[in-house]
Design a protein around this ligand. Structure first.
Ligand code: HSE
Length: 291
C-alpha cells in the first residue's frame, strides 16, 4: 500500500490568470493499493465509479487494473483551493508509484491536460510558487523564488463556487489596454513575491481580468478585503475561481480583524498556511518528496 499526500493550490494570485499558482500546506491524502475490484472509500456514493477524477487520472496515466483507494480530504471542494488538481495528481502519482515509473514532468503534463490549464497543476506537482504557460511543444513551468517574509492566509466561506460557472462569468475578449495592464501586473506580482515588496504587491494585485467579474459570487467579499488589507497592509485576492480568498501580507492578521470576519453569515474559516514543497508519498513509514 502506498500513501500519497497532495497539497492545496491557490491559482492566479490576482493578475496571473491561468498561469501563476502556489502550493499551500493543506493536504488531501490517498491510500492506494492494487485490487481485484474498484473500491473507493471515503467519497460520496455518486463519485464511487469510473468518473471519479482520481480514477480518471489513474486510467489516463496508463492504469488498466483496479485499485482500492481510501480518500482523506482536508481540502474543501469547489472553494478555489485546487481540490480537483489533488485528485488528478494523486491518481497519476498512484499509477507511477505502483509501477515504479515516477516522472514529475509527465505527471505535470497529464494533470495540466486534464485540467485544461496549468496554474493549479504546476504547484500541485512541483510545490512552491510556479509560473506556467502553453509552449509550442506542450506545457512549460518554472518555479519562482518566494520571499520568506511573506505570509499566506486563506479565508474560506461556507459557499461553493463552480469553476465552470466562474469561468463562464468572464468576458470572451478584453480591450488591449486591459490585456497590457494585466500583463505588467502579472510580471510585477512575481517580482513582488520574490523580493517581498508589499507596496508593489498591493498595486500588482489589482487584477482586471477575472476579479471584477467574480467578486460578486463571493458574499461579503468587499468587507473581507477592506478589513484584512487595512489590518495587515497586505493584499487580498480571490484564490483560483473562489470562493476562498488569499491574503498575502508580511504581518499576521490581528484577532479583532479575524473576529470581524468570522461573525459574517458565511462562517468564514481562517488559516495561515505554510508554503508546501509539493506532494509526498510514504513507503515503509518514511514520507518523501517526488522531486
Ligand atoms: N485559473 C483558473 C480560473 C483556476 O481562475 O478559472 C481555477 O481552476
Amino acid at each position: 500500500m502506498i500513501r500519497i499526500k497532495v497539497p492545496a493550490t491557490s491559482a492566479n494570485l490576482g493578475p496571473g490568470f491561468d498561469c501563476l499558482g502556489i502550493a499551500l500546506g493543506l493536504y488531501n491524502t490517498f491510500e492506494v493499493e492494487e485490487s481485484k475490484e474498484l473500491v473507493l472509500e471515503g467519497v460520496e456514493e455518486r463519485f464511487c465509479n469510473e468518473d471519479n477524477l482520481f480514477v480518471k487520472a489513474y486510467r489516463t496515466a496508463g492504469g488498466s487494473g483496479n485499485i482500492h483507494v481510501k480518500f482523506n480530504y482536508d481540502i474543501p471542494i469547489s472553494r478555489g483551493l485546487g481540490s480537483s488538481a489533488t485528485l488528478y495528481t494523486g491518481g497519476v502519482l498512484a499509477y507511477q508509484l505502483l509501477n515504479h515509473c515516477l516522472d514529475p514532468q509527465k505527471l505535470f503534463k497529464i494533470v495540466s491536460d486534464l485540467e485544461g490549464h496549468p496554474d493549479n497543476a504546476a504547484p500541485s506537482v512541483f510545490g512552491g510558487l510556479t509560473a506556467s504557460m502553453r509552449g509550442t511543444n506542450g506545457w512549460i513551468t518554472h518555479s519562482i523564488p518566494l520571499n520568506e517574509t511573506l505570509r499566506f492566509t486563506v479565508f474560506i466561506p461556507d459557499v461553493e463556487v463552480s469553476t465552470e460557472e466562474a469561468r463562464a462569468s468572464l468576458p470572451e475578449s478584453y480591450p488591449r489596454k486591459v490585456a497590457a495592464a494585466n500583463g505588467g501586473k502579472a510580471i510585477l506580482m512575481s517580482e513582488a513575491l520574490r523580493c517581498g515588496d508589499i507596496d508593489l504587491l498591493r498595486q500588482a494585485a489589482a487584477d482586471q481580468i477575472h476579479e471584477p467579474y467574480r467578486r460578486k459570487l463571493i458574499p461579503n467579499f468587499d468587507i473581507v478585503k477592506k478589513t484584512v488589507e487595512y489590518d495587515t497592509g497586505g493584499a487580498l485576492v480571490i484564490s483560483g475561481s473562489g470562493s476562498t480568498c488569499l491574503l498575502i501580507s508580511d504581518h499576521p492578521l490581528s484577532d479583532p480583524a479575524a473576529l470581524k470576519i468570522m461573525i459574517l453569515p458565511e462562517h468564514w474559516s481562517i488559516q495561515e498556511l505554510p508554503v508546501s514543497t509539493g506532494p509526498e508519498y510514504q513507503e515503509n513509514d518514511i514520507w518523501q518528496g517526488i522531486i
